[in-house]
Ligand binder design. Structure first.
Ligand code: NAD
Length: 481
């Protein structure tokens, strides 16, 4: 196809996917893709401009004229074909995520499996969703909202693309998709899978380009009815403002600073390894990372010892090595961002228990950082309030359950929370008071039928399951005389 490897082994991508075909970019700007493990340029991508974006929107609009009237059975067939297409290429998708993004191999594979399963989950949810309800002489139908703009970040590219596309397709929407330009190789690999599914032309259109060019055009274009965005709070707020002009529906999945409450009856041998896994998942570049560990003051010494012991199972190294738990940061900018937060934590008086500034020894060529745990953290310190998006865990002590709940909720975010404790009834009682879209008790848990999304600055609306599909539907009531 249009990905070629030249004699220096640098791939070039010059096309977007519009109206069922790979088409040459109208935009001319070329961007390098840099491998985070060694800072080498591994690919060049030609970025889309507003014209490419308008072509993609027009194709989605044409396709919506037919697909918007599709039946549940037709949508279900398409979802199953999408599942098969992605499931057949888990290995390739994983390898590309490891190379371009630096995702640890085991984690990357699990994300690709979840990506493929997102289509089956949406199909299951669709089967359970009543698209038509009637009583007396009133009939209510749930209608697809129209062309959906799906905008995603770089930290789990193919998963977000699959999850959003699955809900949109289940609802009967067509899509214009703008992945992060930092995920161009992963997007290309994903598109080549999807192309094999031979779906109706224009059902999904994918353009690789910058947020302030392609993203802005999608958000402002009157032919797009809905935006589903995953990314930063700053961009999410600007999208919400812009969407008001054309009254677009919006779903925003934004950042987090998730609390992880260790109740005083928790078994540290289990809870601390889980705590580190929750904090350092996806090398800490995860919106759901549990980055504030709330520990009972009375057990702080034991918690510190357990962390020092458990950290040995979280080696930072080459992400292709299946034993690696923490890979590099995605870019040099992200590396610098994490370093500046670590410096800030030290300056504000927090104590480094493990990790700290700088590269881990022997990994100076890439964007690797040291998984870092701070103790003596106060909840008003910058490192406890802002999303770092790197492997940095803050340990904050509390006096009693009430105090733990207060500190957990004292944040601008509300995406996820975690509770660990031996007495499950007590853990549930604590969980029920946390202001977060999801609360996991005693583990790192997922359920693709459960709603996903945040309170407060963590976003607007929910994804996954029937909640995710309903976000792409509008009810229409027909009342007869
Ligand atoms: P980002 O907000 O910079 O970019 C996200 C996407 O939006 C990219 O595709 C980008 O090109 C695009 N974009 C940028 N400016 C835009 C504009 N003006 N209009 C339209 N689109 C625009 O975020 P990022 O750095 O790619 O990702 C990291 C952030 O994503 C973190 O804050 C993280 O918490 C968040 N995130 C949230 C979730 C969740 O589900 N809640 C999941 C993963 C990541």
């Amino acid at each position: 196809m249009n990905v070629v490897t030249n004699k220096d082994a640098i791939k070039t991508i010059t096309t977007h996917y519009i109206d069922g075909a790979f088409v040459e970019s109208h935009g001319r700007e070329v961007m390098d893709i840099i491998r985070p493990t060694d800072s080498q340029v591994i690919a060049c991508v030609t970025l889309a401009d507003e014209e490419d974006t308008r072509r993609a929107i027009a194709a989605a609009k044409r396709a919506f004229a037919t697909y918007g009237r599709s039946t549940k059975e037709e949508r279900s067939r398409i979802l199953r074909r999408l599942h098969e297409a992605v499931a057949a290429h888990i290995d390739d998708l994983t390898d590309t995520m490891v190379e371009e993004y630096g995702g640890p191999a085991v984690f990357s594979r699990s994300m690709m499996e979840a990506a493929a399963n997102a289509f089956l989950s949406a199909d299951k949810a669709l089967q359970g969703l009543l698209l038509t309800r009637s009583w007396g002489k009133t009939t209510v139908t749930l209608e697809p909202v129209g062309v959906a703009g799906l905008i995603t970040p770089w930290n789990a590219n193919s998963f977000f693309l699959c999850a959003k596309l699955a809900s949109a397709v289940a609802a009967g929407c067509t899509a214009v998709i703008k992945p992060s330009e930092l995920s161009s190789l992963q997007t290309r690999a994903w598109l080549e899978c999807l192309d094999e599914a031979e779906l109706p032309k224009g059902l999904y259109n994918v353009i690789i380009g910058r947020g302030d060019v392609v993203g802005t055009e999608i958000v402002r274009n009157p032919d797009v009815a809905k935006i589903s965005f995953t990314g930063s709070v700053t961009v999410g707020k600007s999208i919400m403002r812009d969407c008001a002009a054309t009254m677009k529906r919006v779903t925003l999945e934004l950042g987090g600073k998730s609390p992880n409450i260790l109740l005083d009856d928790a078994d540290l041998d289990k809870a601390i390894p889980t705590t580190l896994a929750i904090a350092f998942m996806n090398s800490g570049q995860a919106c759901v990372a549990g980055t504030r560990l709330l520990a009972p003051k009375s057990r702080l010494d034991a918690v510190k010892r357990a962390i020092k012991e458990a950290i040995r199972a979280f080696p930072v190294s080459d992400p292709a090595d299946p034993k690696t738990a923490v890979g590099p940061m995605v870019t040099h900018k992200q590396f610098e961002r994490v370093q500046s937060y670590i410096r800030n934590g030290i300056e504000e008086g927090a104590e480094v228990l493990v990790g700290g500034e700088g590269h881990p020894e022997g990994l100076e060529a890439g964007y690797f950082v040291k998984p870092t745990v701070f103790v003596n953290v106060k909840n008003d310190m910058t490192i406890a309030r802002e999303e770092i998006f790197g492997p940095v865990l803050c340990v904050i002590t509390y006096e009693n359950d009430e105090d733990a709940i207060r500190i957990a909720n004292d944040t601008n975010f509300g995406l996820h929370a975690y509770v660990n404790g031996a007495d499950v009834r007590r853990a549930r009682h604590v969980a029920s008071q946390l202001l977060a879209g999801r609360v996991a008790i005693n583990g790192m848990l997922d359920d693709q039928q459960a709603p996903f999304g945040g309170f407060k600055n963590s976003g607007v609306g929910r994804e996954f399951g029937t909640y995710g599909i309903e976000a792409f539907l509008e009810p229409r009531a027909i009342l007869e005389a």
